[in-house]
Design a protein around this ligand. Structure first.
Ligand code: AMP
Length: 218
């Protein structure tokens, strides 16, 4: 099954993906993570992407598509993919449809996690991530140990460079103008399910799980 997690930055897409992966044989593909890895390795694509990411702007479609296609070629994608952060606009959605179709596949489910602006802003300001394994923390609801050490891998827990108030504001604006139209795109294709994201992770996951199971039985 191929699932898209749709939702603004801070809506909890990554946390829901983590829960889904515990119970399903899928892989998660986060284009944000792929781009951050490329940037950390200082590849030419990564360095170029970094210029957009620092400001909270979208990276050009062709560049994101290139790294996404490379990732999708890997054999672990065969059992199903959770797309997190891709597509971000209608042009990318059409590209993804094309890639999947060429492989005899499709997006089976789009889970749209909705939260108010103030909730997203507060979550992103208090979000921290492990610099080694990427595990997500929140200084209010799920803090790391006192010395900011990751409980999973022992890596250093830090704030993401783009989780700064001015950059967050731009990312949320970009989401509203570019990514929200995707709701209509997927609604008209009958695959969209909207979920209240202003709740605790396990409560949201109950809904996510129910929708995935129902789809799996169809
Ligand atoms: P994320 O980790 O999903 O919040 O993404 C972090 C940043 O990576 C975004 O603010 C964009 O600059 C870039 N990015 C991630 N995914 C995409 C995408 N599908 N299209 C364009 N830019 C992206």
């Amino acid at each position: 099954m191929n699932i898209l997690l749709l939702g603004a930055p801070g809506s909890g897409k990554g946390s829901q993906a983590e829960q889904i992966l515990k119970e399903n044989p899928f892989v998660q593909i986060s284009t944000g993570d792929l781009l951050r890895n490329a940037l950390a390795k200082k590849t030419p694509d990564g360095l170029l992407a970094g210029e957009y990411m620092r400001k909270g702007d979208l990276v050009p479609d062709e560049l994101v598509l290139k790294i996404l296609k490379e990732r999708l070629r890997e054999p672990d994608c065969e059992n199903g993919v959770i797309f997190d952060g891709y597509p971000r606009n209608v042009a990318q959605a059409e590209m993804l449809d094309g890639i999947l179709k060429a492989d005899g596949k499709k997006l089976d489910l789009v889970l749209n996690i909705e939260s108010p602006f103030e909730v997203l802003m507060a979550r992103l300001l208090s979000r921290r991530v492990c610099s080694k394994c990427g595990k997500s923390y929140n200084m209010i609801s799920n803090p790391p140990s006192a010395d900011n050490i990751c409980g999973v891998c022992g890596g250093k827990v830090i704030a993401r460079e783009d989780d700064r108030e001015d950059v967050i504001k731009n990312r949320l604006e970009v989401y509203t103008s570019s990514t929200k139209p995707l709701r209509d795109y997927y609604e008209s294709r009958g695959v969209l399910f909207s979920i209240d994201g202003d709740r605790k992770i396990p409560e949201i996951y109950e809904d996510v799980k129910m929708i995935i199971n129902r789809k799996g039985k169809n």
